[in-house]
Design a binder for this molecule. Structure first.
Ligand SMILES: Cc1cc2nc3c(=O)[nH]c(=O)nc-3n(C[C@H](O)[C@H](O)[C@H](O)COP(=O)(O)OP(=O)(O)OC[C@H]3O[C@@H](n4cnc5c(N)ncnc54)[C@H](O)[C@@H]3O)c2cc1C
Length: 401
């Protein structure tokens, strides 16, 4: 082990952190320490299908980290633990858990990368650390879905729409076997994605209603029950009467809430790891064009970076998290070679989204040279994403078998 190599500590092994770790391992001799509570890379893009078809899809959503690092001489490794705090003055992170059996450890870094992503409700994100336990959870929710009569999904963003599509494409394709209701607070689906055309949102609604027998309720809200807010329960699987904002009552035996998704920065803010001016009001970490933590008003850390969903640099997409990771890796490679100064990391391109409704249906928008934003239909969405949900691509990135 070449212990004189600088150490890069990466907090979070999602699309950004795991891609960065793999790129650095391939191309540099830095010592990389990836700190991630889960023993697996969670491929969220396939998690919703795995929640419906657990037997067939769990292995395409959870990729164990066992062979992430191939360069055996660098001393790089994964620590399955949670970072509780960072101490920039001493270049230390404090972690809890891991092999130290629920004890605190202090880990030194030369460069620190914060890639802790954003929290979404199950089954979009899974926080059960052991792979086998996470599989059991997926099997349980798949059984609950199979045994339910009326499923309600609250939230008509991409996650809610895709979950409705995954369930309906298995149970309601051809004829309606289950009542499925998707409730969204705005008059249009995908209402927070203003760069996506109305026609894409309308076509999604049409396919859900006409092809997959999903009842889409717009301009309606249902509040998140306290036991879900506190994390005591992941979803509701007991007979429940929901009352919407306008007083409509809906009886359901299974309810998923897919609303909200907030950056995982609470551990930094509550531990006062960095001054509060670093964070936006939504809790994102402000960064500059090199992804260094920088609020643009004098609070700047030259050896602490943030990327992916946790930072202000990109719009919360796996693809762009990966692109940022590759760009940051190139800057670290240049730094090691002493060949160039850091290059700015490109901003994400807006107006691109593919929303599959199961393997066969779906709608998307691509931004093409000359044509601009173009709506694409089920065949293109299925071929580019819906069929395989990019599982092979991400398996290869994290070197999973
Ligand atoms: C259901 C679903 C479907 C999606 N589909 C798409 C899609 O089709 N296309 C697309 O582009 N995007 C999609 N997204 C968005 C995409 O998943 C995110 O943009 C992406 O995960 C961002 O990557 P990240 O590395 O920043 O964060 P994440 O992938 O969330 O990774 C963050 C990691 O940090 C870890 N972590 C958190 N706190 C700590 C801590 N204190 N210490 C150590 N580790 C910590 C977490 O365990 C997690 O593994 C989807 C999201 C969901 C929920």
């Amino acid at each position: 082990m070449s212990s004189n190599q600088p150490t890069i500590v990466i907090i979070g092994g999602g699309y950004a952190g795991a891609t960065l770790a793999a790129e650095l391992d391939k191309n540099t001799s830095y010592r990389i320490i990836l700190i991630e509570p889960n023993h697996y890379f969670l491929h969220s893009i396939a998690a919703l299908r795995a929640a419906v078809q657990a037997n067939e899809w769990s292995n395409n959503a959870l990729f164990p980290f066992t062979s992430l690092f191939k360069n055996a001489t660098s001393g790089s490794h994964v620590i399955n633990a949670r970072v509780e705090r960072i101490i920039p003055d001493q270049q230390h992170v404090i972690v809890y858990g891991g092999t130290q059996q629920q004890q605190q450890q202090t880990i030194h870094y030369d460069h620190l990368v914060i890639a802790t992503g954003a929290a979404y409700r199950f089954p979009g994100k899974i926080t059960e650390p052991q792979t086998e336990h996470a599989k059991v959870l997926l099997q349980k929710v798949a059984n609950d879905i199979a045994n339910s009569k009326h499923i309600v999904i609250v939230g008509g963003g991409p996650v809610g729409i895709e979950l409705a599509g995954e369930i309906a494409s298995v149970y309601n394709s051809g004829r309606q076997n289950k009542e499925i209701t998707l409730i969204h607070s705005h008059p249009r689906l995908l209402s927070t994605h203003l760069d996506i055309k109305d026609s894409v949102a309308e076509e999604l609604r049409d396919q859900l209603e006409q092809r997959l027998h999903v009842n889409v309720m717009l301009s309606e809200t249902v509040s998140v029950p306290p036991e879900l807010q506190s994390g005591q329960r992941l979803y509701i699987n007991t007979p429940t009467r929901l009352t919407t904002k306008t007083g409509q009552q809906i009886d359901a035996d299974l309810v998923f809430f897919t609303v909200g998704g907030k950056p995982n920065t609470e551990f930094l803010r509550s531990s006062l790891s960095m001054p509060s001016q670093v964070f936006t009001s939504s809790g994102h970490i402000q960064v500059n064009e090199y992804l260094q933590v920088d609020n643009g008003k004098g609070v700047r850390y030259s050896n602490i970076y943030a990327l992916g969903d946790v930072s202000t640099h990109q719009p919360g997409m796996a693809y762009w998290a990966g692109e940022e990771a590759k760009a940051l890796a190139r800057n670290f490679i240049d730094l090691q070679n002493g060949t160039a100064s850091m290059k700015p990391v490109k901003q994400a391109m807006s107006g691109m989204m593919l929303v599959p409704l199961g393997a066969k249906w779906g709608v998307g928008q691509l931004t093409l040279p000359w044509f601009g934003a173009v709506r694409v239909g089920p065949w293109v969405v299925s071929m580019l994403k819906g069929k395989g949900l990019l599982a092979d691509r991400y398996k290869a990135i994290v070197n999973a078998k």
